[in-house]
Design a protein around this ligand. Structure first.
Ligand code: FHN
Length: 424
Protein backbone atom coordinates (compact mmCIF):
# COMPACT_ATOMS: atom_id res chain seq x y z
CA UNK A 1 0.00 0.00 0.00
CA UNK A 2 1.72 3.15 -1.16
CA UNK A 3 -1.03 5.44 -2.33
CA UNK A 4 -0.42 9.11 -2.13
CA UNK A 5 -2.86 11.41 -0.39
CA UNK A 6 -6.04 12.29 -2.25
CA UNK A 7 -6.95 15.97 -2.77
CA UNK A 8 -9.50 15.47 -0.02
CA UNK A 9 -6.81 14.26 2.39
CA UNK A 10 -4.63 17.19 1.40
CA UNK A 11 -7.42 19.69 1.89
CA UNK A 12 -6.58 20.93 5.39
CA UNK A 13 -2.94 21.35 4.38
CA UNK A 14 -3.86 23.26 1.28
CA UNK A 15 -6.10 25.53 3.31
CA UNK A 16 -3.51 26.16 6.01
CA UNK A 17 -0.85 28.08 4.06
CA UNK A 18 1.25 28.70 7.18
CA UNK A 19 3.06 26.22 9.39
CA UNK A 20 5.81 26.60 12.01
CA UNK A 21 8.94 24.46 11.90
CA UNK A 22 10.88 23.88 15.13
CA UNK A 23 14.55 22.90 15.10
CA UNK A 24 15.54 21.90 18.59
CA UNK A 25 18.21 19.46 19.74
CA UNK A 26 21.60 19.25 21.42
CA UNK A 27 22.97 21.70 18.88
CA UNK A 28 20.70 24.32 20.45
CA UNK A 29 22.94 24.24 23.52
CA UNK A 30 25.97 25.26 21.47
CA UNK A 31 24.28 28.16 19.70
CA UNK A 32 26.11 27.71 16.41
CA UNK A 33 23.43 26.04 14.32
CA UNK A 34 22.33 22.44 13.87
CA UNK A 35 25.26 21.36 11.71
CA UNK A 36 27.88 22.06 14.40
CA UNK A 37 28.77 18.43 15.15
CA UNK A 38 29.64 17.78 11.54
CA UNK A 39 30.98 21.13 10.45
CA UNK A 40 33.37 21.23 13.43
CA UNK A 41 33.98 17.47 13.21
CA UNK A 42 33.23 16.96 16.91
CA UNK A 43 33.81 13.28 17.72
CA UNK A 44 30.62 11.41 18.60
CA UNK A 45 31.66 10.58 22.19
CA UNK A 46 32.56 14.15 22.95
CA UNK A 47 29.36 15.48 21.39
CA UNK A 48 27.26 12.94 23.29
CA UNK A 49 28.24 14.61 26.57
CA UNK A 50 25.85 17.40 25.72
CA UNK A 51 22.94 15.04 26.29
CA UNK A 52 23.16 15.31 30.08
CA UNK A 53 23.01 19.08 29.87
CA UNK A 54 19.80 18.98 27.86
CA UNK A 55 17.25 20.42 30.27
CA UNK A 56 14.47 22.21 28.45
CA UNK A 57 12.24 24.48 30.52
CA UNK A 58 9.08 22.69 31.65
CA UNK A 59 6.70 24.54 29.33
CA UNK A 60 8.87 24.80 26.26
CA UNK A 61 6.60 22.85 23.92
CA UNK A 62 3.66 24.98 25.00
CA UNK A 63 5.72 28.06 24.22
CA UNK A 64 6.38 26.83 20.68
CA UNK A 65 2.69 26.19 20.22
CA UNK A 66 1.78 29.60 21.59
CA UNK A 67 4.23 31.22 19.18
CA UNK A 68 2.74 29.24 16.28
CA UNK A 69 -0.77 30.28 17.27
CA UNK A 70 0.28 33.90 17.59
CA UNK A 71 1.53 33.73 14.00
CA UNK A 72 -1.75 32.26 12.83
CA UNK A 73 -0.15 28.97 11.79
CA UNK A 74 -2.38 25.94 11.41
CA UNK A 75 0.23 23.23 11.82
CA UNK A 76 3.68 22.58 13.18
CA UNK A 77 6.61 20.33 12.39
CA UNK A 78 9.14 19.40 15.08
CA UNK A 79 12.58 17.88 14.52
CA UNK A 80 12.14 14.65 16.44
CA UNK A 81 15.71 13.77 15.59
CA UNK A 82 18.13 15.79 13.52
CA UNK A 83 21.34 14.63 11.83
CA UNK A 84 23.19 14.57 15.19
CA UNK A 85 21.10 11.51 16.12
CA UNK A 86 19.72 12.79 19.44
CA UNK A 87 16.06 11.80 19.75
CA UNK A 88 13.55 14.09 21.39
CA UNK A 89 11.45 10.99 22.02
CA UNK A 90 11.72 7.82 24.01
CA UNK A 91 13.07 5.12 21.73
CA UNK A 92 13.58 1.43 22.25
CA UNK A 93 16.23 1.60 19.57
CA UNK A 94 18.52 4.25 21.00
CA UNK A 95 19.81 5.44 24.37
CA UNK A 96 20.70 8.78 22.93
CA UNK A 97 17.38 10.41 23.76
CA UNK A 98 15.88 13.23 25.78
CA UNK A 99 13.93 10.60 27.70
CA UNK A 100 17.09 8.99 29.07
CA UNK A 101 19.35 12.00 29.50
CA UNK A 102 19.24 15.44 31.07
CA UNK A 103 15.69 16.32 32.02
CA UNK A 104 14.53 12.80 31.07
CA UNK A 105 11.45 13.92 29.19
CA UNK A 106 9.76 12.85 25.99
CA UNK A 107 9.69 16.21 24.27
CA UNK A 108 7.87 14.84 21.24
CA UNK A 109 5.00 13.77 23.47
CA UNK A 110 4.88 17.18 25.13
CA UNK A 111 4.85 18.86 21.74
CA UNK A 112 2.20 16.59 20.24
CA UNK A 113 -0.06 17.07 23.27
CA UNK A 114 0.36 20.84 23.30
CA UNK A 115 -0.18 21.22 19.56
CA UNK A 116 -3.27 19.05 19.58
CA UNK A 117 -4.69 20.86 22.57
CA UNK A 118 -4.36 24.13 20.67
CA UNK A 119 -6.10 22.62 17.64
CA UNK A 120 -3.00 22.61 15.45
CA UNK A 121 -2.24 19.84 12.99
CA UNK A 122 0.75 17.80 14.06
CA UNK A 123 3.80 17.20 11.92
CA UNK A 124 7.03 15.37 12.70
CA UNK A 125 10.44 15.76 11.09
CA UNK A 126 12.84 12.84 11.08
CA UNK A 127 16.37 12.86 9.71
CA UNK A 128 17.18 9.57 8.04
CA UNK A 129 20.89 10.19 8.25
CA UNK A 130 22.58 10.03 11.61
CA UNK A 131 26.18 11.26 11.73
CA UNK A 132 27.07 8.82 14.49
CA UNK A 133 27.04 5.91 12.04
CA UNK A 134 30.21 5.38 9.98
CA UNK A 135 28.06 3.29 7.65
CA UNK A 136 26.26 6.42 6.57
CA UNK A 137 29.48 7.95 5.25
CA UNK A 138 31.09 4.72 4.02
CA UNK A 139 28.37 2.11 3.52
CA UNK A 140 30.62 -0.31 1.66
CA UNK A 141 33.41 -0.11 4.16
CA UNK A 142 31.05 -0.45 7.16
CA UNK A 143 28.15 -2.56 5.91
CA UNK A 144 26.98 -3.55 9.39
CA UNK A 145 26.80 0.03 10.50
CA UNK A 146 24.94 0.94 7.32
CA UNK A 147 22.42 -1.86 7.92
CA UNK A 148 22.01 -0.76 11.54
CA UNK A 149 21.39 2.82 10.43
CA UNK A 150 18.65 1.84 7.99
CA UNK A 151 17.11 -0.46 10.56
CA UNK A 152 17.17 2.35 13.10
CA UNK A 153 15.35 4.63 10.66
CA UNK A 154 12.62 2.05 9.99
CA UNK A 155 12.26 1.18 13.67
CA UNK A 156 12.15 4.75 14.88
CA UNK A 157 9.78 5.93 12.21
CA UNK A 158 7.50 3.08 13.26
CA UNK A 159 7.76 4.25 16.87
CA UNK A 160 6.84 7.78 15.88
CA UNK A 161 3.95 6.56 13.79
CA UNK A 162 2.54 4.36 16.53
CA UNK A 163 3.31 6.05 19.83
CA UNK A 164 1.80 9.52 19.48
CA UNK A 165 -1.71 9.20 18.12
CA UNK A 166 -2.60 10.75 14.82
CA UNK A 167 0.33 12.29 12.97
CA UNK A 168 -0.68 14.36 9.99
CA UNK A 169 2.61 15.26 8.34
CA UNK A 170 5.90 13.38 8.13
CA UNK A 171 8.86 15.38 6.93
CA UNK A 172 11.94 13.32 6.18
CA UNK A 173 15.28 14.94 5.82
CA UNK A 174 18.87 13.87 5.28
CA UNK A 175 18.03 11.40 2.54
CA UNK A 176 21.05 12.31 0.45
CA UNK A 177 24.21 10.20 0.41
CA UNK A 178 27.30 11.55 2.16
CA UNK A 179 29.26 12.00 -1.07
CA UNK A 180 26.36 13.80 -2.73
CA UNK A 181 26.94 11.50 -5.68
CA UNK A 182 23.63 9.67 -5.99
CA UNK A 183 20.31 10.66 -7.50
CA UNK A 184 16.93 10.46 -5.80
CA UNK A 185 16.11 6.86 -6.86
CA UNK A 186 19.40 5.82 -5.30
CA UNK A 187 18.56 7.58 -2.04
CA UNK A 188 15.28 5.75 -2.01
CA UNK A 189 17.10 2.46 -2.48
CA UNK A 190 19.64 3.33 0.21
CA UNK A 191 16.89 3.86 2.82
CA UNK A 192 14.42 1.31 1.44
CA UNK A 193 12.11 4.27 1.29
CA UNK A 194 9.26 2.67 -0.63
CA UNK A 195 8.93 0.05 2.06
CA UNK A 196 9.31 2.66 4.77
CA UNK A 197 6.62 4.90 3.35
CA UNK A 198 4.26 2.00 2.75
CA UNK A 199 4.55 1.22 6.46
CA UNK A 200 3.92 4.85 7.37
CA UNK A 201 0.80 5.02 5.22
CA UNK A 202 -0.46 1.77 6.68
CA UNK A 203 -0.03 3.08 10.22
CA UNK A 204 -1.20 6.64 9.57
CA UNK A 205 -3.75 6.71 6.76
CA UNK A 206 -4.05 10.18 5.26
CA UNK A 207 -0.63 11.30 6.45
CA UNK A 208 1.12 13.83 4.19
CA UNK A 209 4.70 12.80 3.40
CA UNK A 210 7.40 14.98 1.87
CA UNK A 211 9.76 13.99 -0.92
CA UNK A 212 13.07 13.88 0.88
CA UNK A 213 13.37 10.13 1.26
CA UNK A 214 13.98 9.96 -2.47
CA UNK A 215 10.36 9.01 -3.19
CA UNK A 216 8.14 11.77 -4.55
CA UNK A 217 5.15 11.24 -2.25
CA UNK A 218 2.80 14.18 -1.55
CA UNK A 219 4.71 17.44 -1.28
CA UNK A 220 7.92 19.13 -2.36
CA UNK A 221 9.77 21.11 0.25
CA UNK A 222 12.05 23.74 -1.31
CA UNK A 223 14.34 25.45 1.16
CA UNK A 224 14.88 29.17 1.62
CA UNK A 225 13.01 29.98 -1.60
CA UNK A 226 9.32 30.26 -2.40
CA UNK A 227 8.45 28.10 -5.34
CA UNK A 228 5.32 26.56 -6.81
CA UNK A 229 5.26 22.88 -7.72
CA UNK A 230 4.68 21.44 -11.17
CA UNK A 231 3.56 17.99 -10.06
CA UNK A 232 2.89 18.41 -6.38
CA UNK A 233 2.04 21.07 -3.90
CA UNK A 234 5.03 22.83 -2.38
CA UNK A 235 5.75 23.72 1.18
CA UNK A 236 8.52 26.31 1.09
CA UNK A 237 10.48 26.22 4.32
CA UNK A 238 12.58 29.11 5.51
CA UNK A 239 14.53 30.50 8.43
CA UNK A 240 13.63 33.82 10.02
CA UNK A 241 17.32 34.68 10.30
CA UNK A 242 20.24 33.61 8.12
CA UNK A 243 19.56 30.75 5.76
CA UNK A 244 22.26 28.45 7.16
CA UNK A 245 20.87 28.49 10.68
CA UNK A 246 17.79 26.46 11.49
CA UNK A 247 18.94 25.57 14.98
CA UNK A 248 19.58 28.26 17.59
CA UNK A 249 22.38 30.54 16.46
CA UNK A 250 23.25 32.94 19.17
CA UNK A 251 24.61 35.69 16.98
CA UNK A 252 22.36 35.79 13.98
CA UNK A 253 22.32 39.29 12.54
CA UNK A 254 20.14 38.99 9.43
CA UNK A 255 16.61 38.78 10.75
CA UNK A 256 13.98 39.09 8.06
CA UNK A 257 11.63 41.97 8.66
CA UNK A 258 7.93 41.38 9.34
CA UNK A 259 7.25 42.89 5.90
CA UNK A 260 9.53 40.35 4.21
CA UNK A 261 7.94 37.51 6.12
CA UNK A 262 4.38 38.57 5.32
CA UNK A 263 5.32 38.97 1.67
CA UNK A 264 6.89 35.51 1.65
CA UNK A 265 3.70 34.06 3.06
CA UNK A 266 1.70 35.82 0.36
CA UNK A 267 4.07 34.55 -2.29
CA UNK A 268 3.67 31.00 -1.02
CA UNK A 269 -0.11 31.42 -1.26
CA UNK A 270 0.26 33.02 -4.66
CA UNK A 271 1.81 29.83 -6.03
CA UNK A 272 -0.75 27.65 -4.26
CA UNK A 273 1.69 26.44 -1.63
CA UNK A 274 2.47 26.65 2.07
CA UNK A 275 5.08 28.60 4.01
CA UNK A 276 6.80 26.63 6.76
CA UNK A 277 8.60 29.19 8.85
CA UNK A 278 11.29 27.99 11.21
CA UNK A 279 12.12 28.86 14.78
CA UNK A 280 15.29 27.72 16.56
CA UNK A 281 14.50 27.72 20.29
CA UNK A 282 17.19 28.74 22.78
CA UNK A 283 19.11 26.20 24.89
CA UNK A 284 16.28 26.09 27.45
CA UNK A 285 13.71 25.63 24.71
CA UNK A 286 12.25 29.12 24.93
CA UNK A 287 11.44 31.04 21.79
CA UNK A 288 13.80 33.97 21.37
CA UNK A 289 12.34 37.47 21.33
CA UNK A 290 13.43 38.20 17.74
CA UNK A 291 11.37 35.26 16.53
CA UNK A 292 8.43 35.83 18.84
CA UNK A 293 8.02 39.43 17.70
CA UNK A 294 8.07 38.47 14.06
CA UNK A 295 5.61 35.65 14.45
CA UNK A 296 3.27 37.99 16.28
CA UNK A 297 3.57 40.55 13.46
CA UNK A 298 2.63 37.91 10.89
CA UNK A 299 -0.33 36.90 13.03
CA UNK A 300 -1.50 40.49 13.36
CA UNK A 301 -1.46 40.92 9.60
CA UNK A 302 -3.08 37.56 9.01
CA UNK A 303 -5.95 38.37 11.35
CA UNK A 304 -6.94 41.25 9.11
CA UNK A 305 -6.24 39.53 5.82
CA UNK A 306 -6.72 35.82 6.36
CA UNK A 307 -9.39 35.55 3.66
CA UNK A 308 -6.80 36.34 0.98
CA UNK A 309 -4.47 33.60 2.15
CA UNK A 310 -6.18 30.52 3.56
CA UNK A 311 -7.56 28.17 1.00
CA UNK A 312 -6.71 30.64 -1.74
CA UNK A 313 -5.38 29.49 -5.07
CA UNK A 314 -3.33 30.71 -7.95
CA UNK A 315 -4.91 33.57 -9.82
CA UNK A 316 -4.56 33.97 -13.57
CA UNK A 317 -4.06 37.73 -13.40
CA UNK A 318 -0.70 39.44 -13.80
CA UNK A 319 1.16 39.09 -10.58
CA UNK A 320 -0.05 35.55 -10.15
CA UNK A 321 2.15 32.89 -11.63
CA UNK A 322 2.78 29.81 -13.67
CA UNK A 323 3.59 26.62 -11.78
CA UNK A 324 7.20 26.61 -10.73
CA UNK A 325 7.62 30.36 -10.99
CA UNK A 326 6.66 33.49 -9.15
CA UNK A 327 5.87 36.51 -11.27
CA UNK A 328 5.38 39.96 -9.90
CA UNK A 329 3.56 43.00 -11.01
CA UNK A 330 4.56 46.43 -9.91
CA UNK A 331 2.28 46.67 -6.91
CA UNK A 332 2.10 43.05 -5.79
CA UNK A 333 0.56 39.67 -6.52
CA UNK A 334 -2.99 38.32 -6.61
CA UNK A 335 -4.51 35.33 -4.96
CA UNK A 336 -8.00 34.06 -5.73
CA UNK A 337 -11.07 32.28 -4.42
CA UNK A 338 -13.84 31.66 -6.95
CA UNK A 339 -14.89 34.98 -8.46
CA UNK A 340 -12.89 37.04 -6.00
CA UNK A 341 -9.35 38.25 -6.63
CA UNK A 342 -7.22 39.53 -3.75
CA UNK A 343 -4.72 42.09 -4.90
CA UNK A 344 -1.97 42.04 -2.30
CA UNK A 345 -0.37 45.43 -2.66
CA UNK A 346 3.17 45.70 -1.34
CA UNK A 347 4.03 48.97 -3.05
CA UNK A 348 1.05 51.20 -2.49
CA UNK A 349 0.48 53.32 -5.62
CA UNK A 350 -1.24 56.28 -3.90
CA UNK A 351 -4.79 57.43 -4.57
CA UNK A 352 -5.24 55.41 -7.73
CA UNK A 353 -4.35 51.83 -8.60
CA UNK A 354 -4.38 50.38 -12.11
CA UNK A 355 -4.43 46.73 -13.04
CA UNK A 356 -4.07 45.64 -16.67
CA UNK A 357 -5.15 42.72 -18.84
CA UNK A 358 -8.24 42.18 -16.75
CA UNK A 359 -10.56 40.07 -18.87
CA UNK A 360 -13.51 39.84 -16.50
CA UNK A 361 -15.95 42.61 -15.54
CA UNK A 362 -15.66 43.87 -11.98
CA UNK A 363 -18.54 44.27 -9.53
CA UNK A 364 -17.04 45.70 -6.41
CA UNK A 365 -13.72 46.76 -4.92
CA UNK A 366 -13.01 47.10 -1.20
CA UNK A 367 -10.17 47.05 1.29
CA UNK A 368 -10.17 43.55 2.76
CA UNK A 369 -9.13 44.63 6.25
CA UNK A 370 -11.94 47.16 6.75
CA UNK A 371 -14.54 46.49 4.06
CA UNK A 372 -14.30 50.11 2.86
CA UNK A 373 -15.46 50.33 -0.76
CA UNK A 374 -13.78 52.28 -3.54
CA UNK A 375 -14.98 53.57 -6.90
CA UNK A 376 -13.53 51.85 -9.94
CA UNK A 377 -13.77 51.75 -13.67
CA UNK A 378 -13.16 48.70 -15.81
CA UNK A 379 -12.83 49.43 -19.50
CA UNK A 380 -14.02 46.58 -21.64
CA UNK A 381 -11.96 47.67 -24.64
CA UNK A 382 -8.63 48.42 -22.95
CA UNK A 383 -9.12 45.83 -20.22
CA UNK A 384 -7.74 48.25 -17.66
CA UNK A 385 -9.15 48.39 -14.17
CA UNK A 386 -8.65 51.75 -12.49
CA UNK A 387 -9.49 51.98 -8.81
CA UNK A 388 -9.73 55.50 -7.42
CA UNK A 389 -10.40 57.31 -4.16
CA UNK A 390 -7.78 55.24 -2.34
CA UNK A 391 -5.93 56.64 0.67
CA UNK A 392 -2.75 58.45 -0.25
CA UNK A 393 -0.74 56.39 2.24
CA UNK A 394 -0.69 52.59 2.49
CA UNK A 395 -3.44 51.48 4.90
CA UNK A 396 -1.21 48.59 6.06
CA UNK A 397 2.57 49.01 6.28
CA UNK A 398 3.14 45.31 5.47
CA UNK A 399 0.72 44.78 2.64
CA UNK A 400 -2.75 46.17 1.94
CA UNK A 401 -5.16 43.82 0.23
CA UNK A 402 -7.81 45.02 -2.21
CA UNK A 403 -10.66 42.59 -2.56
CA UNK A 404 -11.90 42.69 -6.14
CA UNK A 405 -15.17 40.93 -6.81
CA UNK A 406 -15.57 39.92 -10.45
CA UNK A 407 -18.62 38.76 -12.35
CA UNK A 408 -16.96 35.42 -13.00
CA UNK A 409 -13.55 33.89 -12.35
CA UNK A 410 -10.98 36.52 -13.28
CA UNK A 411 -9.10 35.85 -16.49
CA UNK A 412 -6.01 37.47 -17.92
CA UNK A 413 -6.42 38.70 -21.49
CA UNK A 414 -3.82 38.08 -24.15
CA UNK A 415 -2.45 41.03 -26.11
CA UNK A 416 -2.31 39.97 -29.74
CA UNK A 417 -0.92 43.28 -30.92
CA UNK A 418 1.62 44.19 -28.27
CA UNK A 419 1.65 47.83 -29.36
CA UNK A 420 -2.13 48.38 -29.41
CA UNK A 421 -2.18 50.07 -25.99
CA UNK A 422 -0.07 52.97 -27.33
CA UNK A 423 -3.13 54.39 -29.14
CA UNK A 424 -5.38 54.17 -26.12
O1 FHN B 1 20.51 19.71 6.69
C1 FHN B 1 19.22 20.10 7.00
C2 FHN B 1 19.16 21.41 7.71
O2 FHN B 1 19.90 21.34 8.87
C3 FHN B 1 17.71 21.72 8.06
O3 FHN B 1 17.17 20.75 8.91
C4 FHN B 1 16.90 21.78 6.81
C5 FHN B 1 15.42 22.03 7.06
O4 FHN B 1 14.61 21.68 6.03
N1 FHN B 1 17.02 20.55 6.05
C6 FHN B 1 18.36 20.06 5.77
C7 FHN B 1 18.95 20.46 4.54
O5 FHN B 1 18.17 20.13 3.46
Amino acid sequence: MNEKCSPEQMRWFNEARLGIYVHYGLYSLLGRGEWTMYSERIPAKEYAQLADQFRPAPRCAEEWVEAACAAGAKYMVLTTRHHEGFCLFDSKYSDFTSARHGAKRDIVREYVDAARKAGLHVGLYYSLLDWRFPGYFEPEKYPDSYQALVKQAHDQVRELMTGYGRIEVLEYDGGWDARLAGKRPEWSKFWRARELNAMVRELQPGIIINDRSGEDEDIETPEQVIRGGKQRMTESCMCIGDSCAWGYTRFNPNWKTPVQLVQNLIQAAQVGGNYLLNIGPMPNGSVRAEEQERLQAIGNWLKRNEEAIRNSRRCALIGASEPGTVDLNLQGPWTQKGNVGYWCIYRWPGRQATAIRIGTPVRRVSLLATGEEFPFHWDERTKRLVISGLPALPPDPCCSVLKVEFEAEPIRTEEEDLSAWLNG
